[in-house]
Write a new protein. Structure first.
Length: 334
């Protein structure tokens, strides 16, 4: 007969450093420590950082019971982009219990009845149906425009405020959610033009601008002005120009802003014109049509803005060109 002794493991503290069974790539030692504060795997012998980020083994979210935090897994957190804020109930469609056994006939009828009432109570208001349709369109816009989760949460917040003030009556859901998305992009200073949002949402520009002005007036929103310099990176990436050309275009925009002539003009048109002038100075062959297509504007806008920039900054452009030539010569010398 063998005697076994049961040893109860000690609970892991929050800031405790643990040793795991893994070998170091440099010294081939197996003394690897895990620091939960920094989330790093570090070799205790040579100090090599094996992994900078470690997946947490704890719960994704915590709930609080009686004033104390519970370590039970509680699923996804709440979110404004869901019509029910992520607090809905879901009944498993399989008629099985937690052990995987089939339910009895009486219990099946009870569960089916619960499913019917659960479906009826989830969408019993027209506002909730409206939110479900609007947020499904919002998810589609996020994929098309490549926006972050913070922008989507801000958009959902603005749209919920519009629903509370009954701004949706007589207006299209797709137009109002697209306008809320454009307001969120403007508030976060993300370079997304009105035309891009119109193309992604399949909404006419006139309808979108009406909803945009309505949100600004009724919700008392203060939207910052679009930064022209941020448009340079987006247009330059679409064209595939060099970084020196982008920096030269930014210099042109900065000099043009100091003259005071930039007020009242489209930031996208100014940025596209600055890039077009910069490509000419840097001997990169791009036509006005190519620059206009990358910026989603017309060639007439580039021609008009280039004439006004040349009149104001003709001596300044010469100085910038001489300065750029000196920088290029210095780079080639070094």
């Amino acid at each position: 007969m063998y005697n076994y002794t049961l040893i109860k493991p000690e609970p892991i503290k929050h800031n405790q450093i643990l040793t795991i069974s893994q070998k170091c790539n440099r010294c081939a030692k197996s003394r690897i420590i895990t620091d939960y504060d920094s989330g790093e795997l570090i070799c205790a012998i040579c100090g090599l950082v094996i992994s900078e980020r470690m997946e947490s083994g704890g719960p994704e979210h915590r709930n609080f019971l009686d004033g104390r935090a519970s370590t039970a897994r509680t699923g996804d957190g709440t979110s404004l982009r869901r019509h029910d804020r992520g607090l809905s109930t879901i009944i498993n469609p399989l008629n099985k219990d937690s052990a995987g056994k089939q339910l009895s006939s009486s219990m099946k009828s009870t569960i089916n009845r619960l499913r019917i009432w659960d479906g009826r109570t989830q969408l019993h208001k027209t506002s909730e149906k409206n939110l479900r349709q609007a947020f499904s369109d919002l998810s589609r816009l996020q994929d098309k425009l490549g926006l972050s989760e913070a922008i989507i949460e801000k958009t959902a917040y603005i749209y919920r405020k519009a629903i509370e003030k009954d701004l949706i009556k007589g207006r299209s859901i797709s137009a109002l959610i697209a306008a809320a998305l454009y307001v969120a992009c403007r508030d976060a200073e993300i370079p997304r033009t009105l035309i891009e949002v119109c193309d992604a949402s399949n909404v006419k520009r006139k309808e979108l601008t009406k909803c945009y002005r309505l949100l600004i007036q009724e919700l008392n929103l203060k939207v910052p002005v679009i930064n022209t310099v941020q448009c340079v990176a987006r247009i330059g990436n679409n064209l595939g120009i060099s970084e020196k050309t982008k920096r030269y275009a930014i210099k042109i925009i900065n000099e043009y802003q100091q003259s005071g002539e930039i007020a009242g003009k489209s930031p996208t048109g100014i940025a596209a014109t600055a890039i077009y002038l910069a490509t000419i100075k840097m001997n990169e062959k791009f036509s006005q049509r190519e620059v206009a297509d990358a910026a989603n504007i017309t060639e007439v806008t580039i021609r008009n803005r280039s004439n006004s920039i040349k009149k104001v900054l003709n001596p300044v452009l010469k100085q910038l060109q001489n300065r750029q030539e000196r920088e290029i010569n210095n780079d080639e010398f070094h």
